[in-house]
Design a protein around this ligand. Structure first.
Ligand code: NI
Length: 176
């Protein structure tokens, strides 16, 4: 079990575009396992590889209700095939923007193609929280954060707050 350190706003790494996998090898599977450990430990319901500093098109998630048994899911090279016109709104958060939440509107349903942990190309349809979570994590693979979907005024405020926080952390580190 490996808990990896999370990359936090405003680290520019979060804005990198991730590269696709050419094959699913032991190293890719180890990364996915470590990401699940990191996500459950945080705790969170989704995590993209760039959030642990790896610019690779991989995301993990578990949107099972708290009282249900865990349902870890791994998606390599996910691609959206279609989006519904119908939209839904969720209060979103992000492990890279701790303790900040905002309502984001996204397509309610999506069609998805991805490569699973056995290296098999799969297609699926997602709805509700799963669709939202997949879209949020897939945005990360292109350097997009959920705050990019809110008003510029709100976004600028959050970025300013996290810049201050990062500076404060650097200063306290220097004292030690
Ligand atoms: Ni996120």
């Amino acid at each position: 079990m490996t808990i990896k350190p999370l990359i936090i706003l405003p680290d520019p790494v979060l804005r990198q575009k991730s590269r696709p996998f050419e094959g699913i090898d032991a190293q890719a599977l180890k990364l996915a396992g470590d990401m699940l450990d990191t996500m459950y430990h945080a705790p969170g319901i989704g995590l993209a590889a760039i959030q642990v500093g790896v610019a690779a098109r991989l995301l993990v998630l578990d949107v099972a209700p708290k009282e249900a048994s865990p349902d870890p899911r791994i998606f390599f090279n996910p691609e959206i095939l279609w989006r519904s016109d119908e939209r839904s709104v969720y209060d979103e958060g992000c492990l890279s923007i701790p303790e900040y939440y905002a309502e984001v509107e996204r397509p309610k349903r999506i069609g998805l193609r991805y490569v699973d942990e056995h290296g098999v190309c799969m297609e699926m349809e997602a709805d509700g929280l799963l669709a939202t979570c997949l879209q949020h994590e897939m945005d990360h693979l292109d350097g997009i954060l959920f705050i990019d979907h809110i008003s510029k005024l709100k976004r600028d405020m959050v970025i300013k707050k996290f810049k201050k926080r990062a500076k404060g952390m650097q200063e306290s580190a220097a004292v030690l």
